[in-house]
Design a protein around this ligand. Structure first.
Ligand SMILES: [Zn+2]
Ligand SMILES: [Zn+2]
Length: 139
């Protein structure tokens, strides 16, 4: 997991994205917290420290990071797009109570294969639905 700014800068440059301070902050906030935020959540988090940050910048930056394959849209809630900076193959758990999306790392032999029934697999989007451990502990 990449955590320091210099690495994030190099990562952006390696994909041909000019590493402006705002872009660095947006990608950094996705890499540091594995909570699959929406664009609005990222904006709210960053605007407190960077009042010049605009929603348009956040949306445009997220779109270009997706286009370059640096982050991935997660649409399992059906009502919003959340963003994920974890590129290794993993599953998601969606909590129906609090809406958290939590990374689940389990071995799945079928998922490891690049080909299933003659089809070329490029991405896997499955998820588990339920109540997360934090919500369970509250009740
Ligand atoms: Zn929950
Ligand atoms: Zn994830």
């Amino acid at each position: 997991m990449i955590a320091n700014r210099q690495d994030i800068k190099q990562l952006l440059e390696s994909r041909g994205i000019k590493p402006t301070l705002q872009r660095l902050k947006i990608l950094e906030s996705l890499l540091l917290k594995q909570e699959h935020p929406t664009a609005d959540m990222i904006y709210q988090r960053l605007v407190a420290d960077a009042p010049t940050m605009s929603k348009t910048t956040v949306y445009n930056t997220l779109n270009s990071l997706v286009a370059k394959g640096l982050i991935f849209p997660v649409t399992i809630t059906g009502t919003e797009v959340r963003y994920d900076a974890e590129s290794s193959c993993h599953h998601h758990f969606l909590c129906e109570r609090c809406g958290s999306i939590i990374d689940i790392n389990i071995e799945c032999p079928k998922v490891k294969k690049k080909e299933i029934d003659g089809h070329l697999v490029k991405a896997v989007h499955g998820y588990f639905l339920g109540i997360c451990a934090r919500c369970l502990a509250k009740h």
